[in-house]
Design a protein around this ligand. Structure first.
Ligand SMILES: Nc1ncnc2c1ncn2[C@@H]1O[C@H](COP(=O)(O)OP(=O)(O)OP(=O)(O)O)[C@@H](O)[C@H]1O
Ligand SMILES: [Mg+2]
Length: 268
């Protein structure tokens, strides 16, 4: 614990004339799970792309501000060097290489990483431990996996680079509640193994349960931030982000449901 692994300061991003982020500042302390909430188009994916330096693939560019990891600027690095520096991203929409086998998808994930055969073997061992189904299906094409399994593969592929910081873009999107809950559990486990996590989610109830700190992004600006529990209890977040989430109620083992799925836990 202690220092801030990832420090984002006054970050502004544009896609041509479209200003997607304005002076966003955010910290992911070493060992923490930090979440960024926000509705469609708020700029969540843009923020992750700016950190992973993949904005240019989407026609975007940083127009101001800085991103650093342990005091080391990432601003000028190409994406593969960001991976080598310890930051892996699971992009939106669980993009796996559909025609490649599960095993080859995982191999691809290790490409940008530092370390040799031994480190790769350890990383593979770790992801097979986390997701045994990926060991069972190693020789199958990724396209044959279920949506939830593909999301697991996308997360596992990012973990193959043995990141210190994992960037997760809406890992629960489009998954059935039980599968979303499983992914959440895995995120917790990955974090417990020592990887910091920056989690972008529309499913605020799920995200606020996992994170210690949260930021709310609205139209490219941070409008609220603080300890996740405080945000979960705030009227603003309850109304705008928790009131509309009902998937979690079903995922919650207790079966608590409908409009106030998680709040009792925070109020108690
Ligand atoms: N490739 C792109 N080209 C042009 N504009 C883009 C591009 N990607 C995103 N934008 C714009 O930037 C803003 C932020 O988009 P972004 O995808 O970061 O939002 P988001 O919070 O991830 O949304 P969602 O929840 O829908 O994934 C939006 O106005 C969006 O239209
Ligand atoms: Mg997005």
């Amino acid at each position: 614990m202690g220092g801030s692994a990832l420090v984002v300061r006054d970050l502004s991003v544009g896609y041509g004339p479209v200003r997607a982020l304005r002076q966003v500042s955010l910290d992911v302390p070493e060992g923490a799970v930090v979440t960024v909430l926000g509705s469609n188009g708020a700029g969540k994916s843009t923020l992750l792309r700016a950190v992973s330096r993949t904005l240019s693939f989407h026609g975007g560019a940083v127009t101001g501000g800085t991103v650093s990891l342990d005091g080391r600027p990432l601003d000028r690095l190409p994406p593969d060097r960001v991976v080598a520096a310890g930051v892996s991203q699971v992009p939106e929409g669980r993009r796996v290489f559909a025609r490649m086998t599960v095993a080859d998808n995982l191999r691809a994930g290790a490409l940008g990483a530092v370390g040799g055969r031994k480190e790769r073997a350890a990383a593979l061992h770790r992801v097979h431990d986390l997701f045994p189904v990926l060991a069972e299906r190693a020789q199958q094409r990724a396209a044959l996996l279920s949506g939830g399994e593909q999301q697991m593969l996308a997360v596992a592929r990012a973990l193959m680079a043995a990141p210190r910081l994992l960037l997760l873009d809406e890992p629960s999107l489009g998954l059935a509640p039980l599968m979303a809950a499983r992914i959440a559990e895995t995120v917790r486990e990955i974090n417990a193994q020592g990887t910091s996590v920056l989690l972008v989610e529309q499913n605020a109830a799920l995200a606020l349960r996992l994170a210690s700190r949260a930021y709310v992004l609205e139209v490219g600006e941070v409008t609220l931030s603080g300890p996740a529990q405080e945000l979960a209890a705030s009227d603003e977040v309850r109304r705008r982000y928790l009131g509309v989430v009902d998937e979690d109620a079903a995922a919650d083992a207790s079966g608590a449901r409908a409009t106030h799925p998680m709040l009792s836990r925070w109020e108690g």
